[in-house]
Unconditional design. Structure first.
Length: 388
């Protein structure tokens, strides 16, 4: 009864064994495929780490320009807002100019007053010079005439004195009469008086010449006054130019093509010199600021290429090139240094700043955006390292 069932049980067991072997073979194949894929991806991962430096904490950076007030005043016109595009020479903020304009008018009035006073002095100097020119000739002629008259009077007196002395001798010898002697004495007295008058005329002519020379000194005084007015006019002109510069500074003008990132004031607000008004940056002047571990900084150099992925735009693939490697680690620029007075030391890998210039469109990039950078450390970087 039992003999016929034995072959059937044997065939069932054999089928089960074949299915088991087939299942184990499939599992082995799957395991081999998984292990092969794991080995391939692991080898690729190791290879990528050997020929690339991965930096995941990088950001888009730009030169953020903060525009401040140069003069105190009230904001009367804020002509831009956040997100506006501006061009070089465009007025961004206008401030109240009335006070400065009044100062300019005052300075110009002072300059006009000084110019009028200078013109008056120059005219007076010219008049004195012309008048003195003729007066000097007249005074010298008067002196010459007076001196000649003095010489003549002196000669006449000398002659009268000689005649008087001879007459007195003759009178003593009873040669001439007393009346004749009195006449000689009268003649001498008149000659002496004429000499005194001639000498007085000479002194008067010399005094006249002194007055003319005093007028020439007045010309020198006028020259000094003109020099002082010239210096005062120069100082006022400098003050006027300073006020004009202040007037121009009350219009805050953009010096670059940029986009307004933020405004800090409102119309009607009073600001002082140095007060922040707004902030902007050039949207075309952006780059990647990366902080690289000090243990990896020797794996690339300036000129190494990089692949850039922006977190905000995962499908946007950009390329770049390392253009600058910082001369010091970021910890050296920390506001709060980390001293070690206790002697307990914990070694922390430092970071070195690196700049990577972006090649390609940059219109979508905003400063502060997070990016991931993969720097190629292959032969290109080695070649540049050799050149550097």
């Amino acid at each position: 009864m039992n003999a016929p069932t034995t072959p059937e049980l044997t065939m069932s067991q054999q089928g089960g064994r074949r299915e088991g072997r087939r299942g184990r073979l499939v599992r082995l194949v799957i395991l081999a495929v998984v292990l092969g894929a794991g080995l391939w991806f692991g080898a690729k991962w190791l290879h990528d780490r050997q020929v690339h430096v991965f930096i995941i904490d990088s950001r888009i950076a730009s030169d953020m320009v903060t525009i401040s007030a140069q003069e105190a005043g009230r904001v009367v016109d804020l002509q831009v807002g956040t997100g506006d595009l501006v061009k070089p020479g465009q007025v961004l903020v206008s401030m109240d100019k009335r006070t400065v304009r009044l100062r300019i008018l005052e300075a110009r009035a002072e300059i006009d007053r000084i110019m009028a006073q200078r013109a008056r002095l120059e005219a007076e100097r010219s008049l004195i010079i012309r008048r003195n020119s003729s007066a000097l000739k007249v005074a010298k002629a008067h002196i010459d005439v007076a001196v000649a008259a003095e010489n003549a009077a002196s000669a006449t007196r000398a002659s009268a004195e000689t005649e008087l002395n001879r007459g007195e001798k003759l009178f003593q010898r009873k040669v001439i009469a007393a009346q004749r002697l009195d006449g000689l004495r009268t003649t001498f007295t008149n000659a002496d008086r004429q000499l005194l008058q001639a000498r007085a005329a000479v002194r008067e002519a010399e005094a006249e010449l002194g007055e003319v020379e005093a007028e020439e000194i007045r010309v020198a005084v006028i020259e000094q006054e003109l020099s002082a007015l010239t210096a005062e006019a120069a100082a006022l002109q400098a003050r006027l130019e300073q006020h004009e510069v202040q007037l121009s500074d009350l219009d805050i003008i953009s010096g670059i093509n940029g986009i307004i990132d933020r405004t800090f004031v409102e119309e009607g607000e009073y600001v002082r010199p140095g007060t922040r008004l707004l902030m902007l940056h050039d949207p075309e002047n952006v780059w990647v600021a990366a902080n690289v571990k000090e243990t990896e900084i020797n794996r690339f150099t300036v000129g190494s290429t990089a692949a850039i992925t922006v977190d905000a735009y995962p499908d946007l693939k950009l390329s770049g090139r390392v253009t600058w490697i910082g001369p010091a680690a970021t910890s050296q620029f920390a506001l709060l240094p980390n001293p070690n007075p206790s002697g307990n030391f914990t070694k922390v890998t430092q970071r070195v700043p690196v700049r990577i210039d972006i090649q390609g469109p940059r219109s979508l990039l905003r400063p502060g955006m997070m990016v991931e950078v993969v720097v190629d450390t292959g032969e290109a970087g080695a070649g540049d390292a050799g050149n550097n």
